[in-house]
Ligand binder design. Structure first.
Ligand code: PA5
Length: 426
């Protein structure tokens, strides 16, 4: 179901020290003696989640699916990226079926996006899930003001109770107060789970359940990963190996990691990955810069740079063994495009050969490669990968010597923005 090939790491050196460092990091993570240990609630989440809230999430999702054409999910960073990643990975590229539409908003400050969204929603029946752990983040707060104004025009206070769902801290913050005073149903971001580790809480689960995604299977996949990846056995634990190899490459001057997919449905999964790794590792003047590429598309844009540019890059490829659909190339009499050599071969086979060829080419250009293979994209494999990357980044950041669970640098832009906006106190 989930395997990794580390054989294409070009430079080979003894890994013993990193093995021990990864085991030590895992030990500290599990016994909660690492830096930031107050935010390690996600480690046991696949088993120890609130079953009563899980049922409420399913009921709320049912209600929204019945009374709404769209769900507007308002949140930024960890408060929307996980849901969007799984939603996009599980969606057909083209569909004429009248499924409920999930619209993400409040994750940027485009006035055009906001204005056009309000127009789009004017004649639609819609619900809102506003998500913010702190309850004070500017982007979602501004967005919610506008959406609430539209709701006030369209729906009575009683009707709004069936349409506004709040996901926030269990007792404090502006959103919690708002839901208490208006009687909006609220869901919890647990105290010990930070935003970017929160996809398996109500933060990700409510929008995904509304989309019709099987959240039981998502948790099941994560739970399988937890069984596999909390083992204190380096040879049998792929997260420890991945975290070690990343640090090994970092110590050898490779400070950029490209998460590569050959299936565009993983495009937003890569966005989630980038946020998880960048906010967890990029501090104290350290860190591997995470970027992403969709191949083969990007082989025709940044492929040149990867092959022949600076040698500070390694790739982590996610390969899907079985695509959701496949097509076979047919023989053509005229063969004007000279493609008859592919007759009888499937498009996915061509994609796989592109992947194999690219790995060979890049490795020969001194771009190390880690190859992750999953059998197919479904809720279970996505749940597994979510947990895999979460535990990997925690171990990796601890090896690096930084606190994986804070994000002090994010405050800097806010301070400068508030100063310019003349917010009191700045
Ligand atoms: O990972 C994190 O903690 C951040 O990316 C947050 O999720 C993001 O800043 C949004 O914060 P909040 O949910 O408090 O609005």
């Amino acid at each position: 179901m989930f395997k990794i090939d580390f054989s294409n790491i070009a430079t080979q050196h003894p890994m013993d020290q990193l093995k021990n460092e990864s085991l030590d990091a895992l030990e500290k993570l599990l016994n909660k003696s690492c830096e930031g240990s107050e935010f390690t609630g996600w480690v046991d989440l696949p088993e120890n989640y609130d079953r009563e809230e899980f049922d409420r999430i399913k009921k709320a999702a049912e209600k929204i699916r019945k009374n709404s054409e769209c769900l507007v999910v308002i949140g930024i960073g960890g408060s929307y990226m996980g849901a969007k990643a799984v939603d996009y990975a599980m969606s057909d590229y083209f569909s004429s079926e009248k499924e409920i539409e999930i619209i993400y908003a409040g994750y940027q400050l485009s006035s055009t996006y906001m204005a056009q969204l309000l127009k789009y929603l004017e004649d639609k029946d819609f619900s809102v899930n506003v998500i913010s752990k702190s309850g004070t983040t500017t982007e979602p707060a501004i967005c919610f003001r506008f959406i609430k104004e539209l709701m006030d025009k369209k729906y009575s206070p009683e009707e709004q109770k069936d349409r506004i769902f709040v996901t926030t801290d269990k007792e404090k913050g502006a959103l919690k107060e708002l839901s208490n005073s208006n009687g909006f149903e609220s869901f919890i971001v647990p105290d010990d789970v930070g935003g970017r580790f929160s996809v398996l809480t109500a933060v990700g689960l409510l929008p995904l359940a509304v989309k019709g995604i099987n959240i039981d299977d998502l948790m099941l996949g994560a739970s399988e990963a937890r069984n596999d990846l909390t083992k204190k056995d380096y040879e049998d634990n792929l997260a420890l190996q991945y975290a070690s190899f990343r640090n090994y490459m970092y110590r050898n001057g490779k400070d950029i990691e490209i998460l590569v997919n050959y299936e565009m449905r993983l495009k937003y999964f890569a966005e989630w990955f980038k946020q998880l790794f960048a906010e967890s590792e990029g501090k104290d003047n350290k860190g591997i810069f995470p970027i992403s590429c969709n191949f083969t598309t990007d082989l025709h844009s940044v492929g040149q740079m990867i092959q022949d540019g600076q040698k500070n890059v390694f790739e982590t490829v996610i390969s899907i063994e079985n695509p959701q659909e496949d097509l076979v190339v047919k023989e053509e009499k005229e063969n004007l495009d000279n493609l008859n050599y592919l007759a009888g071969k499937s498009v996915d086979y061509v994609n796989k050969m592109a992947m194999k060829g690219t790995i060979t080419a890049h490795v020969s250009g001194n771009v190390d490669n880690i190859l992750i293979t999953i059998d197919e994209i479904n809720e279970k494999t996505l749940g597994y990968m979510i947990y895999f990357f979460e535990i990997s980044v925690a171990v990796s950041a601890l090896i690096l010597g930084v606190n994986p669970f804070n994000q002090p640098g994010v405050e800097e832009y806010k301070k400068q923005m508030f100063r310019l906006l003349e917010k009191p106190g700045y």
